[in-house]
Write a protein of this length. Structure first.
Ligand code: NCD
Length: 320
């Protein structure tokens, strides 16, 4: 099988063929999800635990629906507001859950690297649902599927990622994925929100929206991550909207058929004009939500196959 990963920790570890495998399988789940009866038994008998140390509505519900539609027993553990903050406690939580024999563990954590650490301590397959500023692999995969369905391909496109790049795991995972697939990448934002190393990932950097959007096929907006800032990054929200908020005029510099994306939740009137966000001629924001469930189903399906195969091998080893 073309998908070999044991865990889904980041896009970094995936080969282009593995990415395509996820997208192709996700297409099948898009069809299933559009039927009245959406049930499958791919994960029947398996236990999925969603362990969210950070608040989340859409990602958690997307993973929950994905697991339920595949027939898994799904449990949500909301630890966002508990006092679980220290590394030791994270590991303790992982070990406690591990003793309950889950098969899939979906984890979101505010610290970059926390999910990788946790994956080393458990026997099940771990899916990263966002760790700090590091990676958010299922978001990049659902964005890739949205782009591929809308543009017919996810290669050789000019893609502009705009806004708060510095604090964004979405930007990071997307840059890695879209770079691996061979696209022309641009980053647009104020220099204060542009981390130094990102240009090395092969992207051209702009601090002027009109210039950076010229000829773009895809315009990916990012949420201004107010909770990850400690002040001084932007002069004011109004000023930010004026220079970097996407509106119809700025978008007119991109290709006429450019699509507009946003991972949500949106700050309307800060990074994007509210009307443009709802304009179905350009906006694919609701498609992204739909693709999210399908992509997560595909990822969990593929990881479950690998998990079963690995457990099968272990049983054989004990017999010989
Ligand atoms: C993203 C996240 O949490 O990183 N949102 C999401 O997954 N729904 C982007 C964001 O919070 O801005």
């Amino acid at each position: 099988m073309a998908f070999r990963a044991r865990h889904l920790l980041g896009i970094e570890q995936l080969a282009p063929l593995e990415i395509t495998t996820v997208l192709d399988l996700a297409e099948r789940y898009v069809d299933l999800n559009r039927r009245t009866v959406k049930q499958s038994d791919v994960l029947a008998g398996m236990t999925q635990i969603n362990l969210f140390f950070e608040n989340s509505t859409r990602t958690q519900s997307s993973f929950e629906l994905a697991g339920k539609r595949l027939g898994a027993d799904v449990m949500n553990m909301a630890v966002a507001n508990s006092s679980v903050k220290k590394g030791e406690t994270l590991i303790d939580t992982a070990l406690t859950l591990n003793a309950m024999h889950p098969d899939l563990l979906v984890v979101r954590h505010a610290a970059s690297g926390a999910v990788n650490l946790l994956a080393q301590k458990v026997d099940c397959a771990v899916l990263n649902a966002g760790d700090g500023r590091h990676e958010h692999p299922t978001q990049a995969l659902l964005d890739a599927l949205t782009i591929r369905r809308s543009k017919g391909r996810v290669e050789r496109l000019t893609i502009a990622i705009c806004g708060d790049v510095a604090h964004s795991r979405v930007a990071r995972s997307n840059l890695i994925l879209l770079g691996k697939m061979g696209n022309n990448l641009r980053l647009i934002g104020p220099p204060t929100l542009m981390p130094p190393g990102f240009a090395e990932l092969g992207a051209e950097v702009f601090d002027d929206m009109r210039e950076g959007l010229k000829g773009a096929d895809v315009v990916m907006m990012l949420r201004l991550q107010k909770e990850r800032m400690d002040g001084g990054f932007i002069p004011s929200m109004r000023e930010y909207y004026h220079r970097f908020g996407l509106d119809a005029e700025k978008l007119s510099h991109a290709k006429p058929d450019a699509i507009v994306m946003h991972p949500g939740p949106m700050n309307r009137g800060v990074e994007i004009d509210g009307e443009l966000a709802d304009d179905i001629n350009h906006s694919v924001i609701q498609d992204q939500v739909e693709m999210g469930v399908a992509v997560r189903m595909a990822c969990m399906d593929l990881l479950a196959r690998n998990l079963r195969a690995e457990r099968g091998r272990r049983i054989v080893e004990t017999l010989v």
